[in-house]
Ligand binder design. Structure first.
Ligand SMILES: [Fe+2]
Ligand SMILES: [Fe+2]
Length: 341
């Protein structure tokens, strides 16, 4: 079943009414392209379920980038130095840019950014539940960069090879910027971990609070993941949630050792037989609660997002009025030069 994107299926234009057997042939050719690791481009035929799944996924990703500006934006005016402030400002702006590339990628699938923003604001589309946690201290900015952007990169690197061209290409640039984000977070924690006892404690407390929510960013365990198998067959997803989560844990545990900070899980230990780190059970009830709207900041994040959109209405109206004026000017100019000819 295609995922519910909140977007109605488009009626096919009469010229696109297919004769029996034609759709099967198109589907076969589509799957052949995907299996051969070729890219699907906006004008190519694609199954409706593929289009809807991509819209849902790309929109959720775009919304997450935009909502994700809030927890860190909270610290821009309180960054501890001019340098840290400039870095954080650049990082938060990058996230806004990621949202814009992704809305543009979604628009190539025949949906408008306005529609997607409405779906978010009316609660019919979601954003990553990680952004429903508060940023209590400056060390949270470090923990978000290291863990949240780190988990995002682990998820997103395979998406650079996504079968849908515009999404894969957007991810290439996004991943480059995400790796800068991850390093800036790591650098903040590295500095705090070597600072005063109070700074060290602040860094440890932030890691304690962000560790488990970061592991939840990979989504539910494989046996409970609804969309995975079809997304894999379509070349949208390359690895399962649990595989990516394990990869993240394997990369992150040695980094925590270098930081000299501990991870809040007594069960983490290297498993020689598996060649991976074991880790303790994840509280999936917490994820369910936060996803269904009951996280510490869900209401605050959405209220802020809707208010910012409303406050920006005059800017959008002014831009459209200016564009209409330019267009009218061009038309007058064209008519005048037509008469002159
Ligand atoms: Fe981002
Ligand atoms: Fe980022």
């Amino acid at each position: 079943m295609p995922a519910d994107t909140g977007i109605e299926g488009r009626d096919q234009a009469p010229s696109e009414v297919r004769v029996a057997g034609e759709v099967e042939e198109l589907e076969r050719r589509f799957q052949e392209l995907v299996d051969a690791d070729q890219r699907i481009e906006p004008r190519d035929w694609m199954p409706e379920g593929y289009r809807r799944t991509l819209i849902r996924q790309i929109a959720q990703h775009a919304h997450s980038e935009i909502i994700g500006m809030q927890p860190e934006g909270n610290w821009i005016t309180r960054a501890p130095s001019l340098k840290r402030k400039a870095i954080l400002l650049a990082k938060v702006q990058d996230e806004g840019g990621h949202g814009i590339y992704l809305y543009s990628a979604a628009e190539t699938l025949g949906v408008s950014r306005d529609e997607l923003v409405d779906l978010l604001h009316s609660g019919r589309q979601k954003y990553s539940s990680i952004f429903n946690y508060p940023t209590l201290t400056w060390a949270d900015v470090g923990a978000i960069g290291w863990l949240v952007d780190g988990a995002a990169i682990t998820n997103q690197i395979p998406l650079c090879r996504c079968s849908y061209g515009p999404y894969g290409r957007a991810m290439v640039r996004i991943c480059k910027e995400e790796s800068f984000h991850q390093r800036q977070g790591y650098d903040i924690l590295y500095t705090l971990a070597r600072g005063t006892p109070r700074q060290r404690e602040m860094a440890q407390d932030a890691v304690n609070r962000w560790w488990w929510p970061s592991l939840m960013m990979f989504g539910p365990p494989d046996e409970a993941s609804q969309h995975s198998a079809q997304s894999m067959a379509w070349g949208i997803k390359r690895h399962s949630n649990d595989e990516l989560r394990q990869r993240f844990v394997d990369v992150t545990v040695p980094q925590a050792e270098v930081l000299g900070l501990s991870l809040p899980d007594p069960e983490i230990r290297w498993n020689e037989d598996r060649g991976h780190y074991d880790f303790g059970p994840i509280d999936w009830d917490e994820l369910r609660r936060v996803v269904s709207g009951d996280g510490p900041c869900n209401r605050q994040r959405m209220a802020h997002k809707v208010a910012a959109h409303e406050n920006g209405r005059w800017v959008r109206e002014a831009a459209l009025a200016y564009e209409a004026k330019l267009e009218a000017g061009y038309k007058r100019g064209a008519r005048a030069s037509g008469r002159a000819a």
